[in-house]
Design a protein around this ligand. Structure first.
Ligand SMILES: Cc1cc2nc3c(=O)[nH]c(=O)nc-3n(C[C@H](O)[C@H](O)[C@H](O)COP(=O)(O)OP(=O)(O)OC[C@H]3O[C@@H](n4cnc5c(N)ncnc54)[C@H](O)[C@@H]3O)c2cc1C
Ligand SMILES: NC(=O)c1ccc[n+]([C@@H]2O[C@H](COP(=O)([O-])OP(=O)(O)OC[C@H]3O[C@@H](n4cnc5c(N)ncnc54)[C@H](O)[C@@H]3O)[C@@H](O)[C@H]2O)c1
Length: 484
């Protein structure tokens, strides 16, 4: 990395790659590029690890893990074990959540990246022209830039919201005391995961969703399994909730619905979606275009300034879509292939799984039934209930089912699994879709008995069932019988 001074007298770095943002996307690009001996500058203005480590995936899954122990203790009686009602020490749960972040943090740390040979700058990055970024008093003129600036909570313009204290994912994991009544606005992934976790931890929870149903992105039949579980855990789920305003109240906050109903809670969590970070980076000075979906990129993840890529949650245009850590990592891999090896890449081709970590989990990949009908017309639906899986029975985890959508010739268009370990069980379906395998390939594998994975086999075997009724097949079987 050549180092001299720019016209303003700032130290000038000239690396191959300059990465803005050290979240899931930026860290992946920087680590892979450095491993190939490429000179990299990585700039982070806040905490290394970004949202996923500090205020997203990691704390949410740590909190959920704690909450699921309450459920296990409650259900232990069904196995003949008298555990009694759990005693929840919220301060220790908070310590567990923060301890989990601290345990993972060294992997994403400045020290680790410096040891890899990455030049880490702790400061806010801003483009000054089409070729230059400035951060912490240094100028960086890189061959390629990667913007991985992430997203932030999108707060809706509900009257009165700016007059009351409210939580978002950026603050909810800092709660040390157990809330009395948590009102959650938004029934997407964040809303349902947090609503169920807090409910299991003994908090009264009301979940307000404006739409007709929870988890609008998911197949309604599968989202319904999660909806049912939340209600049976005691979450007051209110879909079609139209919020008129939010008022301060003695208890904390009051959400007033259109029609006048007033829901008072001690805490309010706003989980109404995300918006890409595009401001404060001088994008205009660098000729980088944005739109409401984020930094506009093409299918190769390149921005209107061709030396710049945008990846992860901040990517818009052809890069917009599901905002997940594994998508951010996938984008990072594409940029490496294109920027380092000049290979053509195309975002949006690979099947992307998504998992909502409720109990039961909801995992899916590919098309929903409705999307498949619209695009392909004739399709077949294959289902298998966990109630008919022996391992699920032994573990008393019989809620939910597998639902696969296939063409009449057995091409897999999508799969959705609501049930225990759904996030793990979706992977063979992802592999099959990525590699163009047919559902009969999944049916033909040998599955260990008794495993939850057998639900995949059972669903796949459903595809073959009509052939047992085929008169020609039956005639052939009877002929073979006669031959002895
Ligand atoms: C509550 C919650 C739970 C989630 N759970 C999951 C899950 O279970 N699984 C999953 O796959 N995904 C989950 N997600 C989504 C996941 O967190 C994001 O998709 C992922 O963090 C995106 O990574 P990123 O690198 O694009 O952005 P981020 O992680 O947001 O990182 C961007 C970084 O850029 C930095 N930055 C921004 N501007 C500048 C600048 N000008 N200069 C320097 N630095 C800058 C920011 O400080 C930040 O550190 C969850 C999200 C939330 C909110
Ligand atoms: N398990 C996971 O992978 C996971 C977990 C959490 C978050 N995430 C990521 O974070 C993203 C953001 O999650 P999210 O749940 O905040 O957003 P979301 O977009 O998934 O859901 C937001 C919900 O809020 C509702 N809403 C919006 N305004 C409202 C209002 N005024 N009143 C009532 N309801 C309103 C919307 O109808 C929608 O259902 C997800 O899309 C996902 O990419 C992933």
């Amino acid at each position: 990395m050549v180092s001299r001074a720019d016209q303003e007298g700032r130290p000038l770095l000239q690396p191959d790659l300059c990465v803005i943002g050290a979240g899931s996307a930026g860290l992946s690009v920087a680590a892979i590029a450095a491993s190939f001996g490429v000179s990299v500058v990585l700039i982070e203005k806040n905490r290394m690890g970004g949202d996923c480590l500090n205020v997203g995936c990691v704390p949410s899954k740590a909190l959920i893990a704690a909450a699921l122990h309450v459920r296990s203790m409650r259900e232990a009686g069904d196995f003949g074990i008298g555990a009694g009602e759990a005693v929840v020490d919220f301060a220790r749960i908070h310590a567990h959540v923060k301890g989990t972040i601290a345990a993972i943090a060294p992997v994403d740390s400045v020290a680790r990246y410096r040891a890899m040979g990455v030049r880490v700058i702790e400061g806010e990055a801003r483009f000054t022209d089409a070729h230059t970024v400035v951060a912490a008093g240094q100028a960086i003129r890189a061959r390629r830039f990667v913007i991985a600036a992430g997203s932030r909570p999108a707060v809706p313009p509900i009257p009165g919201l700016d007059q009351v204290p409210y939580l978002t994912n950026e603050t909810v994991f800092d709660l040390v005391d157990r809330p009395g009544h948590l009102v959650v606005i938004g029934g997407g992934a964040v809303g349902v995961e947090m609503a169920q976790a807090y409910r299991l931890l003994g908090v009264q929870v009301t979940l307000l969703e404006a739409g007709e149903r929870l988890l609008a992105q998911e197949d309604p039949e599968m989202a319904h399994v999660v909806d049912r579980a939340l209600r049976s855990d005691g979450v007051a789920v209110r879909t079609g909730a139209s919020i008129d305003r939010v008022d301060p109240a003695e208890a904390g906050v009051a959400v007033v619905l259109r029609g006048g109903e007033r829901i008072e809670g001690s805490h309010l969590l706003v989980a109404t979606g995300r918006k890409p970070v595009v401001d404060g980076m001088g994008l205009e000075a660098a000729g980088i275009e944005t739109d409401p979906s984020g930094i506009r990129v093409d299918h190769g993840l390149r921005a209107s300034n061709r030396r710049v890529y945008a990846i992860g949650d901040c990517a818009g245009g052809a890069g917009a879509g599901a905002r997940f850590t594994h998508v951010a990592n996938h984008h990072a891999g594409l940029v490496i292939r294109n920027a380092l090896f000049r290979l053509p890449v195309r975002v949006g081709k690979a099947p992307i799984p998504h998992v909502t970590y409720t109990a039961p989990e909801l995992a899916s990949v590919g098309l929903t039934e409705a999307q498949a009908r619209e695009r392909h017309g004739a399709i077949r639906i294959l289902r298998w209930a966990f109630a008919d899986n022996d391992r699920a029975r032994t573990e008393r985890q019989t809620e939910g089912h597998v639902k696969a959508v296939v063409t009449p010739r057995g091409r897999i268009l999508g799969c959705s699994i609501a049930g225990a370990h759904a996030g793990e069980l979706i992977m063979p379906w992802v592999l099959a879709m990525s590699r163009g395998l047919k559902v009969s390939d999944l049916a033909g594998l040998i599955y260990a008995y008794p495993t939850f994975s057998e639900a995949t086999k059972s669903a796949a075997v459903e595809f073959l069932r009509p052939s047992a009724q085929n008169p020609w097949v039956r005639r052939l079987v009877s002929l073979m019988r006669r031959l002895g």
